[in-house]
Design a protein around this ligand. Structure first.
Ligand code: ADP
Ligand code: MG
Length: 399
């Protein structure tokens, strides 16, 4: 199990501040952090105006930042290509920036486009969020910029508005058609809780206590380290299918189909749309069920809900793949209380709820099954629900 990650934000921040000084010739104005996320349940529901239950990871993107008065935006990442990207804020345009810099630059563009008085900055990122693993390193990158700019330029925007700006950056500037969940999780989650999110009214999100430790449980994130290329086009097709189904049913969104009317809807929908609708409606019901169980303090009850969610994504929504299916089967076979793929699908990560003390057995079982199937070894992390995006306290002596 990979537990070599450096959790200590202070020592990571010190290193990032040193690099910032070396790159940009002076100290940063401050340090910010934004986490990656896993979604416990509620997949492919956000763009159907539905519900989700993500939690923030202890893995964060740190940002050392300093405002500039000359309108330049200079970007550097420890996980980038070693170069500084130098842009003019006034000339930011969705077609003008390619590669990783589009995510942070997109946030500055989206803030300016929304009429907020923002200027330039020097930004250095250093992240422990695995990239491309379905854990939202892209949202962490965006949300770090959103919270830093909120402070540096005195915007005082509410969390859901910062999340919306970050989502707009990803959609319109980086060109990735994601829903609002990733950014809401990165900005609005709190430590020890999952975030009950209603994508129709993100401002009404609720914190749901998620006490894994107190219940003798652990949550594993199994990064399958595969990402099948059909992902992007398939995502757009699924979204379009859901919108068409809602239109055929005369509803604003699939979220508006009550579970009691599902059977009738399935009879009248075209065969290719019916399973999509069944997934979305039952998945929203699973979120409600999970929230009820967690509010009762019964974390273990989440297990069967996760496993049912996986079956729905595999059989109805069809966004699973052999590697995620194998990780789920192997985890359950080794005694996990529940497991499912998380994120958009076609690879990425699986989560498994396990009894404390079973982490290694489940990890070994999944790794062995991957080896036997000829897959690369997965990367396995044991995670706890962490804090959303925040500013780091200045080091002692400078306060
Ligand atoms: P996920 O969000 O699931 O990790 P995405 O494909 O949405 O996967 O986003 C991954 C992309 O985000 C990377 O390819 C890279 O362009 C960008 N990215 C994320 N974190 C960083 C970082 N710390 N430094 C540079 N680029 C990053
Ligand atoms: Mg992403």
């Amino acid at each position: 199990m990979n537990q070599t990650l450096e959790w200590d934000e202070d020592s990571r921040a010190e290193r990032a501040a040193d690099t910032f000084r070396r790159l940009f010739g002076g100290p940063p104005d401050g340090m910010w952090a934004a986490p990656g996320r896993v979604n416990l349940i509620g997949e492919h529901t956000d763009y159907n105006d539905g519900f989700a239950l993500p939690m923030a990871l202890p893995h964060t993107t740190l940002l050392a930042a300093r405002a500039r008065t000359d309108g330049r935006l200079r970007l550097h990442s420890a996980q980038g290509d070693g170069r500084i990207t130098d842009l003019a804020v006034a000339a930011l345009d969705p077609d003008a920036v390619t590669g990783w810099a589009a995510y942070p630059a997109g946030v500055v563009w989206a803030l300016a486009e929304a009429g907020h008085p923002v200027g330039g900055a020097d930004l250095h990122f250093d992240s422990t969020v695995p990239t491309g693993a379905g854990l939202s390193s892209s949202a962490a990158l965006e949300c770090a910029v959103a919270v830093a700019y909120d402070d540096l330029y005195g915007l005082r925007l509410p969390g859901p508005e910062l999340a919306r700006i970050a989502q707009r950056a990803e959609n319109a500037f980086a060109g990735v058609p994601c829903g609002i969940m990733d950014q809401m999780a990165s900005v609005c989650c709190t430590a020890g809780a999952a975030l009950h999110l209603d994508a129709r009214s993100p401002q009404d999100h609720r914190q749901v206590p998620f006490d894994l430790q107190g219940q003798g449980l652990r949550l594993l994130v199994i990064d399958t380290r595969v990402s099948h290329d059909l992902g992007d086009g398939a995502y757009a097709a699924l979204r379009a299918g859901c919108e068409r189904a809602a239109a055929l049913l005369g509803l604003p969104a699939l979220r508006d189909l009550p579970p009691g009317e599902l059977a009738r809807a399935l009879r009248i929908l075209p065969a290719e749309l019916a399973p999509l609708v069944r997934h979305v409606v039952t998945e929203n019901a699973r979120v409600a069920e999970a929230v009820s169980r967690l509010r009762e303090g019964d974390v273990a009850a989440l297990g069967p809900i996760l496993t049912a969610g996986h079956a729905s994504l595999r059989d109805d929504y069809r966004v699973s793949c052999p590697e995620t299916d194998l990780a789920v089967t192997a985890a359950l076979g080794a005694g996990a209380l529940g497991a499912r793929m998380t994120g958009g699908g076609f690879g990425g990560s699986v989560i498994a709820l396990v009894e404390a003390g079973q982490e290694d057995a489940v990890g070994v079982s999944v790794t062995t099954a991957f080896g036997a199937a000829g897959h690369r070894p997965p990367r396995i992390l044991c995670v706890t629900p962490a804090a959303g995006a925040h500013r780091l306290a200045p080091p002692l002596g400078t306060r």
